[in-house]
Design a protein around this ligand. Structure first.
Ligand SMILES: *Cc1c(COP(=O)(O)O)cnc(C)c1O
Length: 421
């Protein structure tokens, strides 16, 4: 089994950073992100059109997008601000996959202006898009497919069973949709699906690719349309728990290649393989650093941090496990049981429940692992909690603030005290 990734800095280094940037803060490690990105590209280099479109929602920060852009990644966007953020980082045209649902007109307009690949979530959006764009369809269109009852997923899956998921076209609609678009003059086509999330089982990820490869053949046979790409979505999992095994990318890739060879190559076709992972790309390389403010002993022993679920919502939202390191106490026995809490007036504001940790005292620093994706991004201001800073630990060992912490005036900035009566 692989060793669980360690928090890379010492207590002295962490304290030094905290002198300039008070806790809580999110810190991302450039080296880890870049190595991981290179590994993904390398693993899928057998497919000459392979491309990863980083799901912006996982870590929406221009510095992170820029790092990934340098690795040849595009972005997967599903809102106007995500599109604009990509644009401002210089990611444009078909480097952007626009996969949204319940989409407002302005977003289709912006996506079209940028020349993004538009991935439609519903058959009714074909006409909506056409009308929005003044009667002119884009040259390239993709559809999001939902296999419904044809595909069951496990209970761990955040998205749920496809049949209950709000996303995508049914199979019938898919064929109808391609036909409609062809008649409307669309020249190039792709297909997309996103069925699983945080999936660690390679075979389940392979099934998605296989399903889309088979569909590509069926679409060619029935409609005479040769798809240009299949986008297998995101959802490659992160081993949040020490006893979980991280996804072996090379094995995943070689199993997908087997399917590609036996389905696509055998049928004399060629397809670009696209992915839009978020979690897997940045998740393990980000940590939420928070300091112990109070200790409380009642019916249980509580560690009170200066961070809260406003900085990292996943444990409260879906009972997600995030590993914790008490920085500087890595070698001590895990012989104390704690609930690690924040200060929100919500009892589920807990980073961990009944967690075995070394003995903790006020002033200790905790590193909460795997916070590099769906961490800061899910933050919110409930209870007047101000959002933290984001830091980048660069490859040359310097720390760069890539988002400052909010102050109280930021929090008030959309309010108007001037007209209060
Ligand atoms: C959330 C999302 C992703 C990224 O999911 P991860 O679990 O972070 O890999 C990709 N595509 C779509 C359409 C999504 O909604």
């Amino acid at each position: 089994m692989m060793e669980f990734p360690k928090y890379p800095l010492t207590l002295v280094e962490t304290k030094k950073i905290a002198e300039t940037y008070p806790t809580p803060f999110h810190i991302y490690f450039e080296d880890g992100i870049v190595k991981n990105a290179k590994r993904l590209k390398e693993a899928f280099s057998w497919n000459s059109g392979f491309k990863e479109f980083f799901a912006v929602k996982a870590c929406p920060n221009p510095h992170i997008l820029s790092l990934l852009k340098k690795q040849g990644f595009g972005t997967d966007c599903s809102s106007l601000p995500e599109l604009v953020m990509s644009e401002r980082v210089g990611i444009k045209g078909e480097e952007i996959m626009f996969s949204s649902n319940d989409t407002p007109k302005e977003e289709f307009e912006k996506a079209s202006e940028l020349g993004a690949i538009i991935n439609l979530d519903d058959i009714s959006h074909i006409e909506f898009l056409e009308t929005t764009l003044g009667g002119k369809m884009p040259e390239l269109i993709s559809f999001r497919y939902n296999p419904g009852p044809m595909r069951q997923t496990g209970e761990e899956n955040v998205i749920g069973n496809p049949e209950d998921a709000k996303y995508g076209f049914t199979k019938e609609q898919l064929f109808e949709g391609y036909k409609m678009c062809k008649e409307k003059g669309v020249k190039r086509f792709g297909i997309h699906t996103m069925i699983v999330s945080n999936e660690l089982t390679i075979d389940n990820l392979v099934l998605t690719a296989e399903m889309l490869f088979e569909l590509a053949i069926e679409i060619k046979e029935k409609l005479g349309i040769e798809l240009e790409f299949v986008n297998v979505g995101g959802g490659v999992g992160v081993a949040y728990k020490p006893d979980q095994t991280p996804v072996n990318l090379e094995e995943l890739s070689s199993k997908i290649k087997e399917k590609y060879d036996s389905i696509i190559v055998t049928n004399k076709m060629e397809l670009n393989l696209y992915m839009e992972n978020g979690r897997f790309i940045t998740g393990p390389y980000g940590f939420l650093i928070s300091k112990v403010r109070h200790m409380k002993h009642t019916y249980k022993d509580y560690v009170g941090l200066d961070g809260s679920m406003a900085n990292l919502m996943r444990p409260a939202l879906y009972g997600a496990y995030h590993h914790e390191t008490v920085i500087g106490k890595e070698e001590l026995p895990l012989d104390h049981k704690y609930d690690v809490t924040g200060s929100l007036c919500e009892n589920n504001d807990k980073f961990a429940v009944d967690r075995m940790l070394p003995e903790i005292v006020i002033g200790d620093y905790l590193a909460i692992h795997d916070a590099g994706a769906h961490g800061y991004a899910m933050g919110f201001n409930y209870n007047g909690k101000l959002r933290s800073s984001e830091l980048l630990y660069t490859s040359d060992g310097t720390v760069k603030q890539i988002r400052r912490a909010e102050n109280i005036e930021d929090y008030f900035s959309t309010l108007d005290f001037g007209t209060v009566e």
